[in-house]
Design a protein around this ligand. Structure first.
Ligand SMILES: [Zn+2]
Length: 217
């Protein structure tokens, strides 16, 4: 059994981490993993206080916010440098980020930045982001927020922590005022449970791994 892991969740907005993988975050925290959440933008939407309270309910160890604007986010060098700095500070073995086919353009930017930051974190460029890591995070799991993936390949049974996910979503009171986000999120989790057979409520992912293929001498 490996020791506690370091986990980084790249979330475009405050609440996306809880909607997309709040149950999985709880399960990481319960086994002693250190989970850090980084939001690309702190503008618009939920407050930092709400994000902190949601994180506390899930068992998140740390939260930080990058300087992206409220709209028209782009995967530019400045934002990439900020994200690489977080990768190099947190030194995650496992990273979570939205998948690249999310309808929301900010979510697609998060997907692109996370994929790029993952390998750059261990590559000797962007010195402003700190010294390069010895190796990149072993795996990046991409999660669903509001656009279901066509072919998820990794399934996490969140049935046992479902109520904590609801509790954390409830912390985002400003976001719940006009929309039934909890029903939407749990509806997708229930659908994933039924169609995957991996539990009553399930969060679904695709995995991006670094695999070294050796053909011998
Ligand atoms: Zn979002």
């Amino acid at each position: 059994m490996p020791g506690p892991a370091r986990v980084l969740v790249v979330s475009p907005h405050r609440d996306d981490e809880t909607i997309g993988c709040g149950g999985t975050i709880s399960r990481h925290a319960d086994r002693g993993d250190a989970v850090h959440v980084v939001h690309l933008t702190g503008h618009g939407g939920a407050s930092l206080a709400e994000a902190r309270e949601a994180g506390r309910r899930l068992g998140v160890a740390g939260i930080s916010t990058l300087s992206a604007p409220e709209t028209q986010l782009t995967a530019d060098r400045a934002l990439l440098t900020e994200l690489v700095a977080v990768f190099r500070e947190v030194r995650p073995g496992v990273v979570y980020a939205p998948h690249a086919d999310e309808d929301d353009p900010a979510h697609r930017v998060a997907a692109e930045l996370a994929r790029e930051a993952r390998w750059i974190s261990a590559y000797p460029i962007l010195p402003d982001a700190g010294p390069a890591l010895a190796e990149p995070p072993a795996v990046l799991y991409e999660f669903e927020v509001w656009t279901p993936m066509a072919r998820p390949s990794v399934f996490v049974d969140i049935t046992a922590v479902r109520d904590r996910k609801v509790d954390a979503l409830t912390a985002y009171a400003s976001q719940l005022a006009h929309n039934e986000w909890i029903d939407g999120a749990l509806g997708l989790n229930r659908y994933r449970g039924v169609t995957s057979g991996h539990g009553e409520f399930v969060e679904a992912f695709t995995a991006v791994r670094t695999t070294h293929v050796s053909f011998g001498q």
